[in-house]
Design a protein around this ligand. Structure first.
Ligand code: COA
Length: 360
């Protein structure tokens, strides 16, 4: 280990080395999304808002830490503004607790702020990076309860892994799965007669912007979900997402949902990454959910995860349909600059989903 470390913004040709470095940390969020060079290429160089930035710390020609900032547009307290998510936070185990994450984060933050970014948010790992964000980087928790909900579809495989017994898993899983399905079915009563039609689409239609204009009025803070952004996030992304669009019988757009399946220890898990629906008819969300769950079921998914703001319209419906809160809350934070201070001064109405993080 040499004394002199270099901190710098990565170039395109660094991406394969960054990808290799990132893969050495597989136990953190294994395989929820790609870590290949083309993923970082997409993240940094295809962003329609502003280029994203990867930052590196090097010891000679060896990468010892990385950090990313990804620009996004946000509607925040009545204004549309450019913000950035901080992610890909990793320091090589041999170099930890030497202030590298702190220095790299400050450099990345300063660089992106100089490009006109007005807010930086992040979703840290509770046990590792969260304390540093608070103690060294002046990031503070956003005062909303963002939670992860889980719906069991097929509990046999995960039970087998947890109980280490095929016999016990075979005995308990039919009961768990039946109860989970029954609660969902009760919550779905009357929905089949509703006028909502669901279409699986390869991309986002132009009138997604109308939906955004309409629904964004219900919230004080949320990422801008216009066609440009959604196409970049879920269609040009090297990973595969499925897109559902809800319309009424006259063809008017009512909502969308974006889903993904990832393998965990060879068991497929489902993720409801993103959604937005009109809120005067709960059947829109319910129909999107039932179509999604049917697809997850056919694709042998064990359980489905979704992030939702506690107490929101979406949260209430998901809980009624048998989605169970995960014990650990999702820590959403932001840098306490001018806009950050305003945003954390009050529990504003947020819409925030799994896809608003770079973890999926
Ligand atoms: C989290 C991580 C990036 C920190 O990197 P680092 O270069 O060691 O961080 P720093 O030396 O700048 O630490 C700054 C402060 O953060 C806190 N901190 C760092 N690592 C910590 C840990 N494992 N547990 C608790 N606090 C920690 C400390 O307050 C530390 O200051 P101190 O050393 O003066 O007490 C690194 O531990 C890592 O890569 N962990 C594994 C991957 C991971 O969890 N990444 C986060 C994904 S969001």
């Amino acid at each position: 280990m040499s004394e002199e470390l270099t901190f710098r913004k990565a170039k395109r040709e660094d991406l394969p080395r960054i990808s290799e470095f990132r893969k050495t940390f597989f136990k953190y969020n294994p395989l929820m999304r790609s870590y290949e060079p083309e993923y970082y290429e997409w993240k940094c160089y295809k962003n329609p808002i502003l280029p994203g930035e990867m930052w590196l710390a090097e010891d000679g020609d060896k990468i010892v830490a990385i950090k990313n900032v990804t620009p996004k547009m946000m509607k925040a307290l009545g204004n549309i503004t450019t913000v950035a998510e901080m992610g890909d936070t990793f320091t090589h185990p041999d170099y930890q607790r030497r202030g590298i994450f702190t220095t790299l984060s400050k450099a990345a933050r300063e660089s992106i702020i100089n490009k006109g970014i007005s807010l930086i948010y992040n979703i840290p790992n509770k046990d590792t990076s969260l304390p540093g964000y608070i103690k060294k980087l002046n990031h503070v928790p956003v005062p909303i309860k963002l939670r992860s909900l889980v719906h069991i579809i097929n509990s046999k495989q995960p039970l087998k892994a947890r109980l280490r017994s095929r016999l016990l898993a075979s005995a308990f899983s039919p009961v768990i799965d039946t109860v989970s399905r029954a609660i969902f079915r009760i919550g779905m009563r009357g929905v089949t007669k509703s006028d909502v039609l669901i279409y699986a689409e390869p991309g986002f239609p132009d009138d997604i912007n109308t939906l955004w204009e309409q629904v964004s009025n219900n919230y004080d803070v949320m990422l801008v979900r216009t066609k440009d952004y959604l196409e970049w996030r879920y269609v040009t992304n090297p990973d595969t997402y499925s897109i559902l669009i809800a319309r009424n019988r006259d063809g008017a757009i009512l909502g969308y949902m974006v889903n993904k399946i990832s393998l965990f220890e060879s068991i497929p898990k489902g993720f409801i990454c993103d959604f937005l629906t009109i809120e005067d008819d709960p059947n829109v969300l319910k129909k999107l959910l039932s179509t999604s769950l049917r697809d997850f079921y056919h694709r042998k998914v064990s359980r489905v995860s979704v992030w939702v703001v506690k107490g929101s319209f979406y949260d209430r419906i998901l809980v009624k349909l048998g989605f169970l809160p995960h014990a650990v809350a999702v820590p959403l934070m932001c840098y306490k600059n001018e806009l950050g201070s305003q945003i954390v001064s009050h529990a504003y109405r947020w819409h925030f989903t799994l896809g608003d993080s770079d973890g999926i």
